[in-house]
Design a protein around this ligand. Structure first.
Ligand code: NAP
Length: 286
């Protein structure tokens, strides 16, 4: 339906946002469900974030997504934050509450878990996971693995030991089995046989460097689950190597859709029509 006097607005605040898939995802869902709302991507410079959030309040937007580089900086601008946002130290979703207050949430952990839940249910409880990278996404991943599956061993492999150690320390609170540890990025390949789930939370393999791999092809075995957060290209070298060895694979587009669905539900109280969203994303590739 074309926008009218009652159209609700949801924003994406980030920089750059030009290539974001989020407008495609949310607008396809709004249209399919006859929801009178529009999702608009806004380029927001680092110095303008507070103004953008003030503008959201003034315009009574339904909410927003927040992306690089603002996910951490937006936290203190919220009236309240969810347990997940607090734990991950970042907000990727803002919801305007009925009293006008802005609540910050982080749906990356839920989005990461979504495809795993659908495929494996509870079967990953107490499993082991090797997480490559120790940045913002790795933080959501480690939090999700510890709180949902109480993984018995969770190893963070990062090229900067201090970054991996900082993440380990921040997540100790959620480590009920005491299996959280760190290793170097160079030693990640040696650690692969001791872990079932291998998660790439680095940009290695992302377009245009699509032949790059964070771990060697020889490290894969058929019992592994390979989960790449990178979603451009859809099938990364990491996933192709794992698939060739007979491992299960999960692509980053599933997490992207999962985190979007968790945000959409908060704005609309509706379940995102995933088939419609997948079709819209596929159409954008052709
Ligand atoms: P980030 O905060 O910048 O962290 C990236 C991590 O990867 C850091 O630990 C970084 O180490 C490491 N890294 C970067 N280049 C590396 C290399 N060549 N070799 C080894 N380690 C390297 O980024 P992020 O937000 O966590 O995002 C990580 C990836 O996940 C990106 O590709 C992003 O697009 C993707 N992602 C996907 C979703 C989804 O929904 N599918 C959601 C969030 C993120 P240094 O700090 O030393 O560089």
């Amino acid at each position: 339906m074309p926008p009218d006097g009652q159209t609700q607005v949801v924003l994406l605040l980030g920089h750059p946002v030009r290539h974001s898939q989020s407008p495609r995802i949310h607008n396809a869902a709004f249209v399919a469900q006859g929801i009178n709302a529009v999702y608009v991507a806004c380029e927001v410079d680092e110095g303008s974030l507070a103004d953008a959030v003030r503008g959201m309040r003034a315009l009574r937007c339904w909410g927003a997504n927040v992306t690089i580089p603002h996910k951490q900086a937006v936290v203190p601008l919220m009236d309240e934050v969810s347990v997940e946002a607090e734990a991950v130290g970042a907000v990727n979703t803002i919801v305007r509450l009925p009293d006008g207050q802005l609540r910050g949430d982080n749906t990356d952990a839920a989005g990461f878990l979504d495809p795993l839940e659908r495929r494996y249910g509870d079967a990953l409880e107490g499993a082991s996971a090797l997480v490559l990278g120790a940045g913002g996404a790795a933080r959501a991943v480690v939090y999700a693995l510890l709180t949902r599956y109480a993984v018995r061993r969770c190893t963070i492999a990062a090229r900067r030991a201090a970054q991996a150690e900082a993440l380990r320390e921040a997540m100790t609170l959620y480590d009920s089995s005491g299996g959280l540890r760190t290793t170097t990025f160079a030693d990640a390949a040696d650690a692969m046989p001791q872990h079932r789930l291998i998660v790439n939370a680095t940009p290695v393999g992302m377009t245009p460097d699509t032949e790059a791999r964070p771990v060697p092809a020889a490290g894969w075995a058929s019992g592994h689950i390979a989960y790449d957060l990178v979603y451009t290209p859809r099938t990364t070298r990491f996933l192709r190597d794992a698939d060739a060895a007979g491992a299960d694979t999960v692509g980053g587009i599933e997490m992207l859709i999962g985190q979007a669905a968790a945000a959409y539900h908060q704005w609309t109280d509706r379940t995102m029509p995933l088939d419609v969203v997948r079709a819209a994303l596929n159409a954008s590739r052709s």
